[in-house]
Write a protein that binds this ligand. Structure first.
Ligand code: C2E
Ligand code: MG
Ligand code: MG
Ligand code: MG
Length: 281
C-alpha cells in the first residue's frame, strides 16, 4: 500500500485536482507501468474525402493491451490517466509514436495529416507549443501535417492558459480540431474563442441522423457552420451506406468511421491502403 502511494506520488499531477479513488488504484498502477514501459500503442483510423474518396489523414488512437484483460478501451484508461496525473506522460508517448508514424508514411509518399488527441487537461503548460515544435523538427514534418484534436471531456483548470496554448499552436501552423462537437464541453462557445481549423461532428449525431429529425438538424447545421467559418467538417462514426449518403448530401468535407475502416495497428495501414485503392478502381 505504501509503495503504491509512493509510486503514485512520484507522478506529477498535471493540472488535475480530481480525487484519487481507491477503486482504480491497482488499475492505475498497472497503467503507470505500461506508460513507463511505453507499452501504449497507437492504432490509426483513416479519414477520407467525401468528394473524391481520397485519403486525407489518419487519427492516432491510444491502445493499451493489458497482460490479462486484453485491449482496454481508451474511454476507460484515458480517464484514469487524467485522474492520476499520468495523462501528460501518456500524451507524450502517443505524440512521439504518432509523429514517428506520420514521418514514416510521408516518406512512403502519403500526403496525409496525422490527428492526435489532447485532453484539455494537458493544455496547461505554456511551453507545450514549443515542445511540440521541437518534437517535430527532427522528423521532417511540417506543423500543418499535425492536427491537434481537443477532446474536452472535462473543463481545463485554467481556461485562459488553454486558449493561449491553442492559439500559439495555431500560430505555429498546427491544425486544431474540435472533437466530438456538440457534446460535453465541445460547444459553440469554443468556436468563438479558439482558432479551430476543423470541426469534428460527434458520432451520436451522425449515427442517429437517419431516424431522428433533431440529430439530422444538428448534423446539417454543424456542417453549414463549418462552411461559414471556412473550416473543414469531419463526420465521425460513419458506419452504413445510409450514413455515408446523408453526410455526403449535406456537404460534409471528410468522414471517418467503420464504413471506411476500423482503427488498425499502424503497421497494417499501408496494406489497407492497397486494398482501399483496389476497391476504388
Ligand atoms: P475520439 O477521439 O472521438 O475517437 C473516435 C472514437 O470513435 C474511437 O474510439 C474510434 O474507434 C471510434 N469510432 C470510429 N469510427 C466509429 C464508428 O463508425 N462507429 C463507432 N461505434 N465507433 C467509431 P476509441 O479508439 O475507443 O477512442 C475513444 C476515445 O478515447 C477517443 O474518442 C478519444 O476521446 C479518447 N482517446 C483515444 N486515444 C487518445 C489519446 O491518445 N489521448 C487522449 N487524450 N484521448 C484519447
Ligand atoms: Mg479524436
Ligand atoms: Mg471524436
Ligand atoms: Mg469521441
Amino acid at each position: 500500500r505504501d509503495n503504491l502511494e509512493a509510486l503514485l506520488e512520484s507522478y506529477q499531477p498535471h493540472c488535475t485536482t480530481a480525487p484519487k479513488g481507491p477503486a482504480s488504484m491497482v488499475f492505475a498502477t498497472e497503467l503507470q507501468a505500461a506508460i513507463t514501459n511505453e507499452d501504449i500503442e497507437i492504432h490509426l483510423q483513416p479519414q477520407v474525402s467525401l468528394d473524391d474518396k481520397r485519403i486525407v489523414g489518419v487519427e492516432a488512437l491510444a491502445r493499451w493491451n493489458h497482460p490479462e484483460k486484453g485491449n482496454i478501451s481508451p474511454n476507460i484508461f484515458i480517464g484514469i490517466a487524467e485522474k492520476h496525473g499520468m495523462i501528460r506522460e501518456l500524451t507524450d508517448i502517443v505524440l512521439q509514436k504518432s509523429i514517428q508514424e506520420a514521418a514514416r508514411l510521408r516518406n512512403l509518399g502519403f500526403n496525409i495529416t496525422m490527428s492526435v488527441n489532447f485532453s484539455a487537461q494537458v493544455l496547461c503548460s505554456l511551453e507545450l507549443p514549443e515542445i511540440l515544435s521541437e518534437t517535430l523538427s527532427s522528423s521532417g514534418l511540417e506543423p500543418s501535417h499535425i492536427i491537434v484534436e481537443v477532446t474536452e471531456s472535462s473543463l481545463a483548470d485554467d481556461r485562459n492558459t488553454m486558449l493561449d496554448i491553442l492559439t500559439r499552436m495555431r500560430l505555429k501552423g498546427f491544425g486544431l480540431s474540435i472533437d466530438d462537437f456538440g457534446t460535453g464541453f465541445s460547444s459553440l462557445e469554443q468556436l468563438c474563442q479558439i482558432p479551430f481549423t476543423e470541426l469534428k461532428i460527434d458520432r451520436s449525431f451522425v449515427h442517429q441522423a437517419n431516424n431522428n429529425k433533431a440529430s439530422q438538424a444538428i448534423l446539417e447545421s454543424s456542417i453549414a457552420l463549418a462552411k461559414k467559418l471556412q473550416i473543414k467538417s469531419v463526420a465521425e462514426g460513419v458506419e452504413t451506406d445510409e450514413d455515408l449518403a446523408l453526410v455526403k448530401q449535406l456537404g460534409c468535407d471528410y468522414m471517418q468511421g467503420y464504413y471506411t475502416a476500423r482503427p488498425m495497428p499502424a503497421g497494417d495501414f499501408t496494406l489497407w491502403v492497397k486494398d482501399y485503392i483496389k476497391q476504388l478502381a
